[in-house]
Ligand binder design. Sequence first.
Ligand SMILES: Cc1cc2nc3c(=O)[nH]c(=O)nc-3n(C[C@H](O)[C@H](O)[C@H](O)COP(=O)(O)O)c2cc1C
Length: 334
Amino acid sequence: MAGSFILDKMTKYTTNPLFILAPMDDVTDTAFRQIVSSCAKPDLCFSEFVNVDGLMSPGRNRLFSKLEQADSEPPLVAHLWGSKPENFLDIADQVASGALAKEIGNLNNFAGIDLNMGCPARAVIKGGICSALIKNHDLAREIIEATRAGNKGRLPLSVKTRLGFEKIDPDWIRFLLGFDLDMLSVHLRTVKEMSLVPAHYEELERIVKERDELSPSTLIIANGDVQSRAQGEELIAKYGIDGVMIGRGVFHDPFVFSPKSPWTSTTKEERLKLFLKHLEIYNEWAKNPDKGVKRLNKYAKIYINGFDGAKELREKLAKANSILQMQEIVSTGV
Ligand SMILES: Cc1cc2nc3c(=O)[nH]c(=O)nc-3n(C[C@H](O)[C@H](O)[C@H](O)COP(=O)(O)O)c2cc1C
């Protein structure tokens, strides 16, 4: 069964922790996930967050690019947000049955369903959703139960959240542990802290203790500031967690999931070739590739970095109007 991936891991998680690529909106699309996977494969990826209310609207197919997956990628969890429990129910059914993956054209079904309860963007908080659910247990409960009703146990169900809203809120994590989730990923900061303070790793001790008491089969995944696989392994060993989720660490090292990343010793040519590969994958995949120039320029700092003339090359790229121009500019450096 496609969705058995996380469940398989659950039976042997102590010796086989999960290393997961975090969801990052407008960043972790299929093209970027393919690049990260070609460097060092994560065990699991999350999609960008996708709105269930939008997926239930007539323009739903405009959101499909956020859920597309190439065959070369690791298993992909559908990472959802929204406001209406009934839409979570319908979309969970479409995800779990494989109907949505089929409609999008993905070869594989999703490996799980994850609910976003951590996004700190002002607009979503104003709408009372995502991280605002930390302060609205009733709606959080309705959303989890509706998703569970639509899923009918077919795929692993998980939540990605933060430690609390204004301050660290143990009740919130305990509340979530009451739902017998398959996995709980915790970005170890409060909503108010955004990403402005170091992750509170020390909170993992309490979270794991409460998991053991309240919901022993829920995998606990730590997220925040992990910059290398070795650092993730240390956290796993120290706190007895089941895995680590890495987001911005890939910006500093696309090989971050590798036990022995070669990134610091890669040459300028190797870095630029990797960027050219990214541009090529994006160009083949995107419906209007040239509309992605601005987006692709945001990745430039990953690859065009750490060598003489990098800043000047990035400045040239910022003026490009097409993927072809970007490819020509990057090629001059190879
Ligand atoms: C550009 C960007 C977009 C993000 N989009 C999402 C998102 O769609 N859903 C989500 O749960 N978290 C999102 N996050 C938060 C990350 O998944 C992660 O929790 C956070 O960056 C902390 O982990 P890190 O220190 O490893 O980056 C985003 C973060 C960044 C930097």
